[in-house]
Design a binder for this molecule. Structure first.
Ligand SMILES: Cc1ncc(COP(=O)(O)O)c(C=O)c1O
Length: 397
């Protein structure tokens, strides 16, 4: 029996595959330093957990409307107005099972067979997979020649008649790049000129450092509000990855279509988690600041350490909790008789020979790089850096 074309071509995400191997090694008793996954290593703040307990006790155990609880949609609209200067009515907001589901439903609403989805590369792996599930073609817009920053010119050069959707992700996973307001305005001008939909994935908006400022491109005026769909989640900001709450806000007809899809596929997300999300958004933001400060210290530690390793070059990221060092000078060398020709082979060798779990740049459309997540303790980061130095010392050729 044959499966569908989409199922037959579906691959598990490369990040998860390597992480599964790392987990297997940990289960076998090996001391692997896990720096591959995109998940804060903090626990969900206590007051948010307490809100979930209270929700159960108060009987919030039934379905909510398909687009989410009205009071949560109101809280999200208020957050977008107060923090992002975006003027959305609660009816223009849909609550989903994480940002990931929001993104997928938006793609289902916006693209189809024959359409191209423009992805500034390096890009988060699932954008490309989701575009393919919709029958569309992911098209990488290479930014590696411009310090990993998308420019209006790079976008302009990549646009064709088939281009339909641009996915922006600032702060970026995997690069940590935060685009400036000016950069985003130039990019939005190109999108407007070619009538592209724009999804702005802002899940790392609160994790920004130094002088970086987060800008939501939907706020550039009425035209932008009709073109850009803003996606966010509580997953990274509040260390709530397992609660599965994300959301999208955009033009009424897009949110209405996404709600129809959601009502027939997953229904609204977990009611208790929706209640807890109201507390996350409206309660104290102190834990967010504490987590941000911790990430900031680790960021400096990891970038300084990586730049001392011969053959590794790392720019200081301004956001998220990843660094994306250029390791192309390590390619063509070998260790223990195994050749390192690409970023996947480098990550396999780092895992098996040095017990460090990283993610290959090829998974993000950028060969020669690796992604290191510093959502790990200082001790783990220091251990990984020492092992990386020893690993490079052992390289031959
Ligand atoms: C850029 C980006 N967008 C979306 C997501 C998914 O977020 P969620 O866990 O809310 O589905 C991730 C998670 O790694 C991410 O890195």
């Amino acid at each position: 029996m044959e499966m569908s074309h989409i199922a037959a071509n579906a691959k598990p995400s490369a990040t998860l595959a390597l992480n599964a191997q790392a987990k297997r090694m940990v289960r076998e008793g090996q001391d692997v330093v896990p720096l591959a996954l995109g998940e804060p290593d903090f626990d969900t703040p206590e007051h948010i957990c307490q809100a979930a307990h209270r929700a159960i006790e108060a009987g919030y155990t039934r379905y909510t409307p398909a687009a989410g609880m009205p009071e949560l949609r109101e809280a999200i609209a208020a957050k977008l107005r107060d923090e992002n200067e975006l003027d959305y009515a609660p009816e223009q907001v849909i609550v989903c099972n994480g940002a990931k589901q929001a993104l997928y439903m938006l793609m289902l609403c916006l693209v189809e067979e024959g359409d191209d989805v423009l992805l500034p590369a390096p890009y988060w792996v699932s954008y490309a997979a989701q575009a393919r599930f919709c029958g569309a073609r992911p098209v990488a817009v290479d930014t590696t020649g411009n310090d990993l920053r998308l420019t209006a010119d790079l976008l302009q050069d990549a646009v064709t008649a088939a281009s339909r959707l641009l996915v922006l992700n600032s702060p970026s996973n995997p690069t940590g790049v935060v685009l400036t307001g000016d950069e985003l305005r130039g990019i939005l001008d190109v999108a407007a000129r070619h009538d592209l939909w724009v999804i702005s994935d802002e899940v790392y908006e609160k994790l920004i450092y130094d002088e970086a400022v987060h800008v939501s491109p939907a706020g550039f005026g009425d035209e932008a509000l009709e073109r850009v769909i803003t996606v966010n989640a509580v997953s990274k900001t509040y260390a709530m990855t397992g609660w599965r709450i994300g959301y999208a806000a955009g033009p009424q007809q897009v949110i209405k279509a996404a709600t129809s899809i959601q009502s027939n596929t997953t229904s609204a997300p977990n009611t208790i988690a929706q209640k807890a999300t109201i507390t996350a958004l409206t309660g104290t933001q102190e834990p967010v600041a504490e987590m941000r400060d911790a990430f900031d210290k680790r960021r400096r530690l990891v970038v300084d350490g990586l730049n001392e390793i011969p053959g590794v070059r790392c720019v200081m990221p301004e956001g998220a909790f990843y660094v994306f060092p250029d390791c192309s000078d390590l390619m063509g060398r070998s260790i223990n008789g195994r050749a390192i020709e690409n970023s996947l082979q480098l990550c396999e060798a780092l895992l098996e020979e040095a017990l460090i779990a990283l993610t290959p740049g090829s998974a993000f459309g950028a060969e020669g790089y690796v992604r290191l997540s510093y959502a790990a303790s200082t001790e783990e980061i220091e251990k990984a850096l020492e092992r990386f130095v020893e690993f490079v010392d052992r390289l031959e050729g």
